[in-house]
Design a protein around this ligand. Structure first.
Ligand code: PLP
Length: 431
């Protein structure tokens, strides 16, 4: 594959943008490439780069593209919207429609506030939880990623893990001392900590962690967190920026039948345009300005284009519930065949999958349940896997710490091509 234009673009990019990218993992350093591919356009489950190469996409823009890129209905609605203007700084009816749709879809959300990103949603959720409980500390889990606000960039996953660290420089000790962390999956440790520390305002968790690779959460774990929060007066925040509207219309909460006090959303609810949201119990949400004294705002919050794209996306998901079973069936088939091919080629791996998400870990271990397990998996084999897939015209996550993402645009033929490419990659790995 020829990548001359991508290479040229990256040379120029590095002069003007730190590392040449606007989000670190895009640089492809983690998969030992000296430049990333620069994308020109996308449609369905296909991406085309600046050199005209075509790729099948399992990134889905890191989550939003459940319907595939540039879905016809979303595109038509956005085009119609563009004619009316791009941002007003005043309310629009469509914001209310989207809010109603979210409230009607996610069981625990009685009121919702829109933001421009998932980061802003989690940041505001923590702020309102602190105000509601009149306590300061937050508890998060190692390897869970909740965006890049200061207090949540402690033992974080996603791009930080990919770049080889978990905490960011530039954050004061004062801030991080209020963020407590524990390994994911161990309820006894949570019980011990909350018994010893009565200053915890909230527990924030990705109910299905997808930023240290995908983890399969046990229902009892989420149930346990719910019970601990209820008995200790702690706000339970489910960060459903990835899992929201992806595992089910009502996200992981519907999938597991467990409700959070506050839920954060992003990605799918903007249909590929910039949006985030946080919502929850009325009593908590009514503390937000202008009703209460917890400040949250945004010049582009509830942006009309994003809101319309999100509304069309969520409506399609609501009106076609079979989408979720179809996505799950595709992932079951694909991962089953990949496991078979790996076994035939003598490559040890574990695949964690849930709904339309999965991660392939190269390891001889039997299961992968937390960050420690993921750290011990083979990075160089994953890099070979990524690069072989890319040469075969298939983009998977450029990091072993992320999920691979299925969309409704992937066809049976696409899955067969993916399985054949994976077999090729396993042959290279086994050499
Ligand atoms: N929360 C989770 C679970 C995420 O995966 C992400 C981003 O990947 C965020 C929050 C932050 O969202 P954003 O990148 O839109 O700021």
């Amino acid at each position: 594959m020829i990548h001359n234009r991508s290479q040229e673009a990256f040379e120029k990019a590095q002069k003007f943008i730190p590392g040449g990218v606007n989000s670190p993992v895009r640089a492809f350093r983690s998969v030992e490439r000296s430049y990333p591919i620069f994308i020109k356009k996308a449609k369905g489950n296909r991406l085309w780069d600046e050199d005209g190469n075509e790729y099948m996409d399992y990134l889905g823009s890191w989550g939003p593209m459940i319907l595939g890129h540039n879905n016809e209905r979303v595109l038509a609605a956005v085009k119609e919207c563009l004619e009316d203007g791009s941002s007003f700084g005043l309310p629009t009816s469509m914001e209310v429609e989207l809010a109603e749709l979210i409230v009607n879809s996610v069981p625990s959300i009685e009121m919702v506030r829109l933001t421009t990103s998932g980061t802003e949603a989690t940041m505001a959720a923590v702020r309102v939880a602190r105000a509601y409980t009149k306590k300061n500390k937050i508890l998060k889990f190692e390897g869970c990623y909740h965006g890049h606000s200061d207090s949540l960039l402690v033992k974080a996953g996603s791009g930080l893990l990919t770049e080889g660290y978990q905490d960011s420089n530039g954050i004061t000790a004062g801030v991080t001392s209020d963020t407590l962390t524990l390994p994911f999956g161990d309820l006894d440790k949570v019980r011990e900590l909350v018994a010893a520390d009565k200053e915890i305002a909230c527990i924030i968790v990705e109910p299905v962690p997808a930023n240290m690779g995908l983890m399969k959460t046990a229902k009892e774990y989420l149930q346990g967190l719910r019970e601990i929060c209820d008995s200790e007066g702690i706000v339970l925040i489910f960060d459903e920026v990835i899992s929201g509207f992806r595992l089910a219309l009502g996200g992981a909460q519907e999938y597991y039948g467990i409700e959070a006090d506050i839920t954060t959303l992003g990605k799918i609810i903007g249909g590929g345009y910039p949006v985030g949201a946080f919502g929850g119990k009325r009593e908590i949400m009514e503390m937000i300005a202008p009703l209460g004294d917890v400040y949250h705002a945004g010049t582009l919050s509830g942006n009309p284009i994003s809101v319309r794209a999100g509304y069309e996306t969520l409506t399609m998901l609501r009106d076609n519930p079979s989408i979720y079973t179809e996505l799950e069936e595709k992932v079951d088939y694909l991962t089953g065949e990949i496991e078979k091919a790996a076994a035939e080629e003598g490559v040890d791996l574990v695949i964690n999958k849930l709904g339309s998400l999965y991660t392939i870990y190269f390891t001889a271990a039997e299961k992968i349940e937390n960050l420690e397990d993921v750290m011990a998996t083979d990075t160089s084999k994953y890099i070979t896997f990524f690069n072989t897939m890319l040469e075969e015209g298939i983009i998977v996550s450029p990091s072993k710490f992320e999920a691979h993402i299925m969309s409704i645009a992937h066809t049976k033929e696409d899955l067969e091509r993916t399985i054949a490419a994976a077999r090729k990659a396993f042959k290279v790995i086994a050499e």
